[in-house]
Design a binder for this molecule. Structure first.
Ligand code: ADP
Length: 490
């Protein structure tokens, strides 16, 4: 399969272990939540303070110059700038607001400049033209720290019996905003100090809380380590969070499964040793009794040697069955899949087993509803058939019968092996597939059983993703049904 390339962030995460820590993310998140709003708040408050202060100053300046505009008209200042009173008033204003005042008459000429440098010059700027139309303007130059505004000098005149306003001239005034800037700087400094103090408190708090928040996860690791190191094998519990509870639940389930596996492994080893020891004990008893009788007759030797050979054969059979079982016990047992004619395979199996059946006077019948070919591991399927038919013959009655029925649908083929034998008690149904389990130990031993056959059979069936079922009535007979997919499911 085509592997997805890790993204840049994933690569970074692999290189920098800190980026893979939940603690880092909690830390960054809490820090962002704590600090970003305070930064935004500071910037917002300072900005709105500045706007408000400038707007107040502008209104103040405007009002003052509106009053002066009236005085200018009263003193006819646009025509004659010699009025001491007005000049003093203008100088005072220019000093008060630390700015410049230009008085422009109806011809766009500067009649008065408090700086005294532009008198007599003409000004035709956009603002001035707008102002002559009656529209006063205000502009704030925050870089250079001043407000510039135009104020119309309006005269009320009677025309055709109606009062109309006429703009006679324009006051172009500037006012410094330095005092606002100074206040703003002080505020900024204070806000920054406050923010640094807050940041320190937040960082401390966040460090503390991210540590506290992550603690249950450390407890999970600690509890798992205790199990790993063998201090306990009891289920662990960290109920602090739902998340830790989920992890711990999954771990406990794994622990329980491993216990079951371990128990069954121990039981298996105990069973294997016992089963392998039994024939050996018999061999030793037989050999010992011969050794103790130096004058034993040859017939006795022959008889005992025959028994010893049988016990060795039994040992051999157990070992072979064990090997077959171990091979198939692996979850990923190697499967040698090919297309197999199931009818032919069943017939060959029955042919091999008929002599044994004949010996026990058991009739074997094969019935096939349709020809079946399937993708299977031939050796393993042959083992399934052999074990089941052999059991049906072994656990049969005299003059009994074994019937093998083959059928298939579009997905599976089914083999039913029924017999007229001793049957299996209901309570044993769930156990017969366990390793070394036998319903009647002595009878099974007598007829050469190892208790591994059905276990091997079930493993072989499961490797084909199939199923095996048993139905039986004690004393009447047994029926095993094997169902295997026609195409192998990988
Ligand atoms: P064994 O080698 O003892 O036959 P198996 O695993 O093949 O071991 O079978 C387990 C037990 O199931 C047998 O000991 C026997 O008691 C019972 N059994 C299996 N097949 C049949 C059958 N067809 N009829 C009656 N009992 C059976």
């Amino acid at each position: 399969m085509h592997e997805k390339k890790p993204g840049l962030f994933r690569k970074l995460m692999q290189k920098i272990p800190l980026l893979r820590s939940l603690k880092t993310y909690i830390f960054v998140l809490m820090l962002a939540v704590g600090i970003i709003p305070s930064v935004i708040l500071r910037m917002g408050i300072l900005q709105s303070y500045e706007e408000r202060a400038v707007s107040l100053r502008a209104t103040d300046v405007y009002t003052q110059y509106m009053i002066i505009a009236n005085h200018l008209l009263n003193y006819n200042y646009l025509q004659d700038t010699s009025s001491e009173v007005i000049n003093a008033e203008l100088d005072q204003m220019s000093n008060l607001y630390d700015g410049r005042v230009l008085i422009i008459n109806g011809n766009f000429r500067i009649v008065k400049d408090t700086y005294g440098i532009s008198e007599g010059k003409t000004v035709i700027s956009e603002e001035v033209i707008k102002c002559f139309r009656g529209e006063s303007t205000t502009r704030h130059d925050s870089n250079n720290g001043y407000i510039e505004m135009t104020i119309p000098i309006v005269e009320q005149v009677e025309k055709d019996g109606r009062e109309t306003s006429q703009v006679r001239g324009v006051i172009l005034a500037s006012a410094s905003t330095d005092s606002i800037v100074v206040t703003l700087d002080i505020l900024k400094r204070k806000a920054l100090i406050l923010e640094i103090v807050m940041a320190v408190i937040i960082v401390g708090g966040v460090l503390f809380f991210s540590h506290i928040l992550i603690r249950p996860f450390s407890r999970v690791t600690q509890a798992i380590n205790e199990v790993k190191d063998g201090f306990t094998d009891e289920p662990i519990s960290v109920p602090d969070y739902i998340e830790t509870e989920h992890i711990v639940d999954a771990f406990n389930q794994l622990l329980a499964r491993m216990k079951v596996i371990n128990d069954s492994r121990q039981e298996f080893v105990a069973n294997v040793s016992h089963e392998l020891k039994t024939p050996m004990t018999s061999v030793k008893v037989l050999a010992d009794s011969l050794n103790q009788q130096p004058d034993a007759p040859v017939e006795l030797y022959r008889e005992f040697m025959q028994d010893i050979t049988e016990e060795i054969e039994r040992e051999n059979k157990i070992i072979n069955d064990l090997l077959a079982l171990v091979k198939m016990d692996k979850t990923e047992a190697k499967m040698d899949i090919s297309t197999v004619d199931i009818n032919q395979l069943l017939e060959a199996t029955l042919k091999r087993l008929r002599p044994i059946a004949r010996k026990r006077d058991v009739e074997v019948v094969f019935e096939s509803i349709r020809p079946v070919t399937a993708e299977v591991d031939e050796v393993k399927v042959s083992q399934i058939f052999t074990n089941l038919v052999e059991n049906a013959i072994k656990y049969n009655k005299e003059h009994g019968w074994v019937k093998v029925l083959l059928d298939a649908d579009h997905q599976f083929f089914t083999v039913e092996i029924s017999d007229s034998g001793v049957g299996i008690p209901e309570a044993d149904h769930e156990h017969i597939f366990e390793r070394f389990y036998r319903v009647d130990k002595s009878h099974s031993r007598e007829i050469g059983g190892t208790g591994l056959g059905l276990s091997i059979t079930r493993n072989a069936v499961l490797l084909h993703r199939g199923s095996i079922k048993v139905s039986s009535v004690e004393g009447e007979g047994t029926c095993f049904t094997v169902k295997i997919p026609l195409s192998y499911i990988r």
